[in-house]
Design a protein around this ligand. Structure first.
Ligand SMILES: Nc1nc2c([nH]c(=O)n2[C@H]2C[C@H](O)[C@@H](COP(=O)(O)OP(=O)(O)OP(=O)(O)O)O2)c(=O)[nH]1
Length: 168
């Protein structure tokens, strides 16, 4: 088996043996036909549009991280976030990241800009996929339709090299 960071095809990786070394969450809040997105100001994916998110801290569950990161980044509290997907990213620079996707249909608070993120509401039909991570267009529409997803991806910096997606 080749080293996972040298893989160029998701089929080259035994994903049952693969384990992430970073664990992150991403939370999409939906309300009145719109979704809350951010212009990400720093960290991995800076300059892209994404949803609020970040790393799971030690001793924290994924759902706790989803609430904390959303509060920290945009000042909103998602209510009853529901897990609806897992994303497994192998980067060619060696980074292995697992992302857990949450959605929430209710929230408290008023969004505000922070050092990390500039939040905005956008109609679901106008989501700016061309300014987002390349894989989002593959799975976010399914999540919006209420499906759960599981995806494995190889990324070379910002470029998606290969993927496999299951819609559940
Ligand atoms: N939608 C989407 N999100 C992604 C992709 N790849 C990827 O790392 N993310 C998310 C996971 C994390 O929420 C975020 C990476 O954030 P980061 O490593 O800069 O961490 P951060 O600064 O936001 O968080 P933290 O250090 O404050 O914990 O981007 C992707 O392909 N699509």
């Amino acid at each position: 088996m080749i080293e996972t960071h040298n893989a160029t095809d998701v089929k080259d990786i035994d994903w049952n043996e693969w384990t992430a070394d970073k664990f992150a969450v991403i939370t999409y809040i939906f309300s009145e036909g719109k979704v809350l997105l951010i212009n990400k100001k720093r960290g991995l994916g800076a300059g892209k549009v994404n949803a609020p998110g970040g790393h799971i801290e030690e001793g924290e569950t994924a759902v706790e991280a989803a609430v904390r990161e959303t509060e920290e980044e945009v000042g909103l509290t998602p209510l009853d976030p529901l897990q609806c997907g897992k994303l497994y990213f192998q980067f060619t620079n060696g980074l292995k990241m697992e992302g857990t996707v949450f959605i929430a249909r209710e929230y408290k608070g008023v969004e505000r800009e922070t050092d990390e993120a500039d939040p905005f509401w956008v109609a679901i039909d106008d989501i700016p996929y061309s300014r987002m991570w390349e894989d989002d267009l593959l799975w976010l529409p399914h999540v919006i339709k209420g499906k759960s997803i599981s995806g494995c991806f190889i990324f070379d910096d910002d470029d998606m090299v290969s993927y496999q997606l299951d819609i559940i």
